[in-house]
Design a protein around this ligand. Structure first.
Ligand SMILES: Cc1ncc(COP(=O)(O)O)c(C=O)c1O
Length: 400
């Protein structure tokens, strides 16, 4: 018998080697108590959270929590069914109404996660004989959506407008084409040149899908994302998003102005063949989305936090993923996995949690300490974060 697990041997070995150095397992952290969007108890110690994607800090918003409790009382703990059978409650419709208003779009479809939104939309609209043209650094859910559909996949170099154009020009003029982009790329925190890319896509007869998972609520005048900030939202055919970041709960969605969009509810398998979100979740999401429409003060504070942290880390001598802060993600590049894990642990001992990201999730084989800021981080906390980075960085020998 061939052990089907033998393919994981190299990864098991790499993990064992890392743990043999005595470092704490970076992928086994438990939040023992969560005090606020920015503070939790980890290993018995009060820890500042700097790796949650809770950009707008909505998880402890009073109105959001009250809406969730109320829905739990009135509608029960779960729907026990698909959206197309017994799983569409008033709350799911209200959530879709909130999304339509938030994006000023005609249609909104809520999925159980953002992963399923990408999986469902991409695999359903791009089928046999069609082409999906995507940035090589796309999120796993985008790649999986491509795999699940039967379209031909054409990848182009990260954020390279010319490469996108070249690939598009090589494809048959009459073929169906979907260009898939992200507003913010979550590993390095860099944004896409959507203005140019959407133009190139349209000039070459392609439809455009933009995943705004890491920009919703924060980037753009109304928090609609990078497509809004760069003035091309009206030319984007589909926007994908998640409730697991700025919205502060769980779930995913697609919004669109396509006149035939509603047919997706019958043909999109990751929408049809899974249970819908619990009533408490859609109630928290709808309340949060409506509050995000009026979040301009929070957006401004989050930009301030991002700029201060980016400059502070650079001044300390860390190598960062972007020259300038482009989003609420700031990636600190580590020399290798071992040093990255040591630095991650040293930060945790200082009382600071960040994400340790490593290949294959990262581009170019990089090990990254990914920091994601929250609008609820106070200026004092950002100062404290910089002090903890300095002490840990010197201890591990990342900075002098
Ligand atoms: C770009 C991007 N798209 C989609 C997702 C999936 O979102 P969810 O957590 O709702 O499944 C993520 C989450 O990490 C993401 O970063």
């Amino acid at each position: 018998m061939t052990d089907l697990f033998s393919k994981f041997d190299p990864l098991i070995q790499q993990r064992e080697d890392l743990l043999a150095t005595g470092v704490t397992d970076p992928y086994n952290l438990v939040m023992e108590k969560v005090i606020s969007p920015t503070v939790a108890i980890c290993n018995g110690r009060e820890t500042i959270l700097l790796g949650t994607y809770n950009y707008m800090g909505m998880t402890f918003d009073e109105d959001v929590i009250a809406a969730g409790k109320d829905a739990l009382d009135k509608f029960g703990s779960g729907t026990t069914g698909s959206r197309v059978l017994n799983g569409t409650y008033q709350g799911h419709k209200e959530c879709e109404e909130a999304l339509k208003e938030f994006y000023a779009m005609d249609h909104a479809m809520v999925f159980s996660t953002g992963y399923q939104a990408n999986l469902g939309i991409i695999s359903t609209i791009a089928g046999k004989g069609d082409y999906v043209i995507l940035d090589i650094d796309s999120h796993a859910s985008i790649y999986d959506g491509c795999k699940m559909g039967d379209a031909e996949i054409v990848a182009f170099r990260h954020n390279d407008i010319e490469a996108l154009e070249k690939r598009l020009k090589r494809l048959p003029a009459e073929a169906g084409k979907l260009v898939v982009l992200e507003g913010v790329y979550s590993m390095l925190g860099d944004i896409a040149p959507l203005k140019e890319m959407v133009r190139v896509a349209k000039e070459n007869g392609a439809m455009v899908l933009v995943d705004e998972a890491h920009s919703m609520g924060f980037i753009g005048e109304h928090g609609r994302g990078v497509a809004e900030a760069q003035g091309v939202i009206d030319d984007v055919d589909f926007i994908i998003g998640t409730f697991s970041k700025s919205v502060g709960t769980v779930g995913g969605f697609c919004v669109s102005n396509h006149p035939k969009f509603e047919i997706m509810r019958l043909v999109c398998r990751p929408y049809v063949f899974t249970a819908s979100l619990p009533p408490s979740v859609v109630a928290t999401a709808a309340t949060s989305i409506r509050k995000l429409m009026h979040g301009s003060n929070k957006r401004a504070h989050l930009w301030e936090n991002s700029k201060t942290l980016h400059k502070g880390l650079r001044d300390l001598g860390f190598t960062l993923g972007t020259e300038e802060p482009q989003s609420a993600i700031i990636a600190v590049i580590m020399p290798d996995l071992e040093k990255g894990a040591m630095m991650w642990e040293a930060l945790l001992e200082e009382g600071l949690y960040v994400n340790l990201a490593r290949p294959p999730a990262t581009p170019a084989g990089m090990t990254l300490l990914r920091c994601s800021l929250c609008a609820e981080h106070s200026s004092e906390q950002v100062g404290e974060i910089l002090g903890r980075f300095e002490r840990a960085g010197k201890r591990v020998g990342i900075i002098g």
